[in-house]
Design a protein around this ligand. Structure first.
Ligand SMILES: [Zn+2]
Length: 328
């Protein structure tokens, strides 16, 4: 009798309970897929002005993105960071096609994008083979391809429209910048946010040392009418205002009030977030971060990926209020 009861229970489990569990998990899977939001954009190709060859190439968008991500982020970065970069690059490409498709981006010989830093750097496979270290194509290129293929068609949108400024930089230095503090306009999704996982960034802080006479000559080369001399240089430099992210907005040098980003460019500093020390007769610039600081920090994205965050969480952290949608 006991055997019969035991058998009945087993049959019940096999016939009723296990299939019920399986059906439920299938439902969960389906629901996850259904959640992907679709945007009506149909962009398969981009026209790219190849600056060195001085010609326009028509490139399938996903192929183009492999050449961009290879050039814009180290392929050794975490997969989720590479995916975030792929989506940022795709969003940029799509926004340029929407803005300039047909009529051409000014100065781009009729195409929508160029292959240089002005837009985003693109190198095709034969160029990558030439530029990258030996075995890169074998060991690292497959990672780039995977990042692009697994995010196929995904772009960032804001209020249901593809975003046009998916800006990024190497290292924020702990906090990113509001767009209007670095460039001219306030973009709603480019707000200053914390970037806590950048510890491994090679240029998180840096130092740049020069003699007062060198400093004066560099400044005079750029600003011919500046009143500045190398004796008692300390009394002639004053930081006046910093941004929310820490970069210098205004600095007085001699008789001029300059922007931190201009001083960064004149001296070739890694960031406009710097402090100044004086020692041994030198001026010492201590920088924090690397790059303009707006949008996604690449080292921050890599750090987030190491902490277990997924590409969509990384993007939504650095670009406030965006959605990720699939082109159809
Ligand atoms: Zn361009």
């Amino acid at each position: 009798m006991k055997k019969i009861i035991g058998l009945t229970i087993w049959i019940f489990i096999v016939i009723i309970i296990i299939p019920a569990i399986l059906i439920q998990s299938c439902d969960i899977g389906e629901n996850t897929i259904k959640k992907e939001k679709i945007i009506k954009e149909d962009i398969e190709y981009v026209y790219v002005y190849r600056t060195k060859k001085d010609k326009i190439e028509k490139i399938e968008i996903e192929e183009y993105l492999k050449g961009v991500v290879s050039s814009e982020m180290p392929a050794s970065f975490e997969m989720e960071a590479l995916k975030a970069q792929a989506i940022a690059a795709r969003s940029y490409a799509v926004s340029r096609v929407k803005a300039y498709g047909g009529k051409g981006n000014p100065g781009h010989k009729g195409s929508e994008l160029c292959d240089d830093v002005h837009c985003q750097v693109y190198r095709d496979e034969s160029e990558l083979r030439h530029i990258k270290p030996k075995d890169w194509m074998r060991d690292y290129y497959p990672r780039i391809k995977e990042a692009v293929e697994k995010t196929k068609g995904l772009i960032m949108t804001y209020e249901e429209k593809p975003i046009s400024q998916p800006l990024f930089h190497s290292t924020s230095g702990g906090k990113t910048e509001n767009s209007e503090d670095v460039f001219t306009s306030a973009v709603p999704y480019l707000r200053s946010v914390e970037s806590p996982y950048e510890n491994e960034a090679p240029h998180y802080t840096d130092e740049y040392v020069l003699r007062p006479s060198e400093f004066v000559s560099k400044m005079k080369k750029k600003y011919r009418d500046i009143t500045l001399n190398s004796t008692n240089i300390k009394s002639q430099i004053k930081i006046l205002q910093r941004s929310e992210g820490g970069r210098i907005l205004k600095i007085k040098i001699g008789n001029k009030v300059l922007r931190g980003r201009d001083v960064r460019s004149v001296l070739g500093l890694r960031s406009a977030n710097f402090s100044i020390r004086y020692g041994g007769g030198d001026i010492i610039f201590n920088t924090v971060g690397y790059g303009h600081g707006v949008g996604m920090s690449q080292w921050g994205a890599n750090g987030m990926a190491k902490e277990g965050y997924k590409y969509d969480e990384i993007l939504k952290h650095y670009y406030i209020g965006v959605d990720i949608m699939k082109m159809k």
